[in-house]
Design a protein around this ligand. Structure first.
Ligand code: AMP
Length: 210
C-alpha cells in the first residue's frame, strides 16, 4: 500500500497517520518535515540547507526533497507519505519512482487550521504531536510517550504559519486537480470534531480496518 496524505499544514495529516499506524504497524509513515528536522538536529549538510527555507515557512527546493525521498522509499512496499509531494514537479518525480495507490485529501476551513497550528506542540525526540487544547499532554510540557520536553516548532509561530498557508495555496493546492484528473483522489472531512471519526474515514478510504 502506497499512499499520499495531502492537505494544508495543520490539517492533521501527521496525527491521523500516527493513529492509523498504531493499529497497522506494517505501515511506515514517511514525513519529509520530520526527516528535515532530524537532519537539522544532527547538523547534516542537508539539514543546514533545509533550515534556512523552513524557518521562513518556504518550501525546500524540489531536488533536495526528491533525492531524500527516493533514498528512503526505494524497496518499501507499505508507506504513507506525509507532506510529500508538495509541488507538481515533486508529484511527477514520485510517479516515476513509485506506484501510488491513493491520495487522501484532508479538507478543513482555514480557521480550524489556524487554531490547530497555533496550539500544536511537538516532541523533538519521538516526534509525537500534541495540542494545548485538543490533545494536551498528561503532564504539562512533557511528552506522554517518551518524557522529553515538548516544544512549539519555530514554523508553527504566527508569521511562519501565514507564510506556509500562502505557500500551500500557491504550490501545493494544484496537486488536488493533478491527482483528481488521475482518479486517485479521495476527500476526507478533516474538520470533524472527533479525531477517531477522521481516522476511521481515512482507514476506510485506504481499505484498512480501524
Ligand atoms: P511539515 O512538517 O510537513 O509541515 O514540513 C515542515 C517544513 O519542511 C515545510 O514548511 C517545508 O519548509 C519543509 N518541507 C517538508 N516537506 C517538504 C516538501 N515535500 N517539499 C518542500 N519542502 C518541504
Amino acid at each position: 500500500m502506497k499512499i499520499v496524505f495531502l492537505g494544508p499544514p495543520g490539517v492533521g495529516k501527521g496525527t491521523i497517520a500516527d493513529m492509523i499506524l498504531a493499529k497497522h504497524p506494517e505501515i511506515t509513515k514517511l514525513s519529509t518535515g520530520d526527516l528535515f528536522r532530524e537532519n537539522i538536529q544532527q547538523g547534516t549538510p542537508l539539514g543546514k540547507k533545509a533550515q534556512e527555507y523552513m524557518n521562513q515557512g518556504k518550501l525546500v527546493p524540489d531536488e533536495l526533497v526528491i533525492d531524500m525521498v527516493k533514498d528512503k522509499i526505494s524497496g518499501m512496499d507499505n508507506f504513507i507519505l506525509d507532506g510529500f509531494p508538495r509541488t507538481v514537479p515533486q508529484a511527477e518525480s514520485l510517479g516515476q519512482i513509485a506506484n501510488i495507490d491513493k491520495v487522501i485529501n484532508f479538507i478543513a476551513k482555514e480557521e480550524i487550521i489556524l487554531q490547530r497550528l497555533g496550539g500544536r506542540r511537538t516532541c523533538p525526540n519521538c516526534k509525537a504531536i500534541f495540542h494545548v487544547v485538543n490533545m494536551p499532554t498528561k503532564k504539562e510540557g512533557i511528552c506522554d510517550n517518551c518524557g522529553a520536553n515538548i516544544i512549539q516548532r519555530d514554523d508553527d509561530k504566527e508569521e511562519a504559519i501565514k507564510k506556509r498557508l500562502v505557500v500551500y495555496d500557491q504550490q501545493t493546492k494544484p496537486l488536488i486537480n493533478y491527482y483528481k484528473e488521475k482518479n486517485m483522489l479521495v476527500d476526507i472531512d478533516a474538520a470533524q470534531p472527533v479525531r477517531i471519526d477522521i481516522a476511521k474515514d481515512t482507514a476506510k478510504a485506504m481499505d484498512l480496518s480501524y
